[in-house]
Design a protein around this ligand. Structure first.
Ligand code: HEM
Length: 349
């Protein structure tokens, strides 16, 4: 046994001290409050997505002739198929909600400021990857709303200046949804986007490890007490508790409100009401309010501004001399986003 241990130690020269050094970064005290640790939540949920996604892929058949029937088979006939499909659907919903909440906490605490600008931009890419995963996943079911949702998305992309037509061709593999569209969505959903997300999360975490998380001070914390605590086991246990609570919530949601399946895609019948998933309600309402061209151009502008927000924020603070200017802008934006989302949810058209 000792010889095996020595053999391994020589090949993998990593001992307890190295591991402690790698994992035991000092964590600032504010991270004891769970809402500051929301970054771990999408990571957890993404792992659930990979595991349940692999299980679903065993039965799913990505072609327009077979996709709908295979999802019905998973939901109604495969043992525990309904449970894993529901876990996948709810974890997707919670993951996007968690990414948005995490981004909000980063935004409102100004944790994107120098020297963390690049990590904010990587975060923006993570947000888009998560949204695209949600969109392509929704389309894979090939029910009426999947089909018409993809058709609407294709039409909207033509409003993008210069590359609009190309973007539509790239997305739909043709002018309309056709038999090549679903395999394309599938390769995006099950290979390209998850791989991109894993790589981005890896860079995100490495940068967090190199910078450390932003130090925040609270008035109720005495200055003479230690300002940091250990990552392992203290912070690790906070993350573990969050993860376990999440698994219980997820399993309860999947059991109480399981994923259903609507009518099969029919290219000849436009449904009376076409709605995307809830996380696209805000953009959908924006489109209805301003028409495709203005909406796409203004959204493009907003997205670009969000990417370079750390620099815009710096200029705004210097020009206005209001240190909390980003907080006020953030509050207004959150109200607008919630308002448009509720508006879209409340009306039929
Ligand atoms: C899959 C998505 C994401 C994962 C897994 C993730 C993970 C994490 C984790 C674990 C942390 C450490 C602190 C914490 O728990 O809050 C963190 C911090 C950070 N994240 Fe994310 N994140 C994601 C998306 C985003 C997005 C969408 C943004 C913004 C656009 C963002 C920007 C940042 C920044 C700037 C920090 C540093 C915060 C600080 O210094 O206090 N992340 N992220």
């Amino acid at each position: 046994m000792a010889r095996v241990v020595d053999w391994l130690a020589e090949r993998i020269p990593l001992n307890g001290d190295h591991l402690r050094e790698l994992t035991n970064e000092p964590v600032p005290n504010h991270m004891k409050r769970w809402w500051f640790c929301l970054g771990g939540t999408p990571a957890y949920l993404f792992v659930v997505q990979i595991v349940t996604g692999i299980l679903l892929a065993i039965y799913y058949q990505p072609s327009s002739g077979t996709a709908y029937e295979s999802v019905r088979y998973i939901t109604e006939e495969v043992r525990f198929g309904w449970y894993f499909r529901s876990m996948h659907k709810w974890a997707a919903t919670l993951m996007i909600a968690a990414v948005i909440l995490h981004q909000m906490r980063v935004y409102f605490t100004g944790a994107y400021r120098r020297p963390r600008e690049v990590n904010w931009m990587i975060g923006m890419c993570l947000l888009f990857c998560s949204l695209l995963l949600g969109f392509t996943g929704y389309s894979l079911v090939f029910e009426q709303l999947s089909y018409w949702g993809a058709t609407v998305a294709g039409n909207i992309s033509t409003s993008v200046p210069v590359v609009g037509e190309l973007a539509k061709q790239f997305l739909l593999a043709g002018d309309t949804v056709n038999e090549r569209t679903l395999p394309r969505f599938y390769i995006l959903h099950a290979a390209i986007l998850p791989t991109t997300l894993i790589l981005l999360v890896a860079v995100h975490i490495v940068l967090i490890r190199l910078h450390g998380v932003t130090e925040l001070k609270f008035e109720d914390e005495p200055a003479d007490r230690p300002q940091h605590f250990r990552f392992f086991p203290d912070h690790f246990l906070t993350e573990l508790t969050l993860g376990l609570a999440l698994m219980i919530i997820l399993s309860a949601l999947a059991t109480i409100l399981p994923a259903t399946i609507g009518p099969k895609a029919d290219p000849l019948t436009t449904p009376e009401v076409i709605k995307p998933e809830w996380f696209f309600y805000v953009t959908f309402r924006w489109l209805k309010l301003f028409g495709p061209t203005t909406a796409v151009l203004s959204m493009g502008f907003i997205v670009c501004a969000m990417f370079v927000w750390p620099w815009i924020d710096r200029v705004l603070r210097r020009v206005t001399r209001v240190p909390e200017i980003s907080v006020y802008i953030g509050i207004v934006s959150v109200f607008v986003i919630i308002g448009l989302t509720v508006y879209e949810a409340a009306v039929k058209h």
